[in-house]
Design a binder for this molecule. Structure first.
Ligand code: THU
Length: 128
């Protein structure tokens, strides 16, 4: 059975703007109310300004009023599938302490918990 979150991440991967790395990434996140938001990597001629797919998806979710995220899917063209970079892990953690992350590549998938991706995390609860 196809997972709509995987399909959404696959579709948005096609919109990635990655003329420099040629490494296209698509991300779909599911909020606790079931809504799905997507993002792709957007590179820039000033390389350091590149935005990753995951952070792009999180920003779309927050802009639409979502807060708690329960699942994320990251689609890339590598095997094993690409995991979120360090910066994206921290940003995902902000909205998904219990987030489940699925990496999807051409030949397989990998699942991570947020705690596996970012152990001993610093998060909003520390500032409460
Ligand atoms: N990239 C992402 O979009 N997400 C990640 O978690 C890892 C890296 C993008 C950034 C850049 O456009 C390309 O992949 C190569 O690093």
């Amino acid at each position: 059975m196809t997972d709509p979150l995987v399909e959404a991440a696959r579709a948005v991967q096609q919109r990635a703007y990655a003329p420099y790395s040629r490494f296209r990434v698509g991300c779909a996140v599911e909020a606790d109310d079931g809504r799905v938001f997507v993002g792709c990597n957007v590179e820039n001629a000033s390389y350091g300004l590149t935005i990753c797919a995951e952070r792009s998806a999180v920003c779309a979710a927050v802009a639409a009023g979502a807060r708690a995220l329960r699942r994320a899917v990251v689609v890339s063209d590598t095997d094993p599938p690409a995991a979120p970079c360090g910066a994206c892990r921290q940003v995902l953690r902000e909205f998904g302490r219990e987030l489940s992350v699925l990496g999807v590549g051409p030949a397989g998938t990998t699942t991570w918990t947020m705690a596996e991706l970012l152990p001993s995390a610093f998060g909003p609860e520390q500032l409460a």
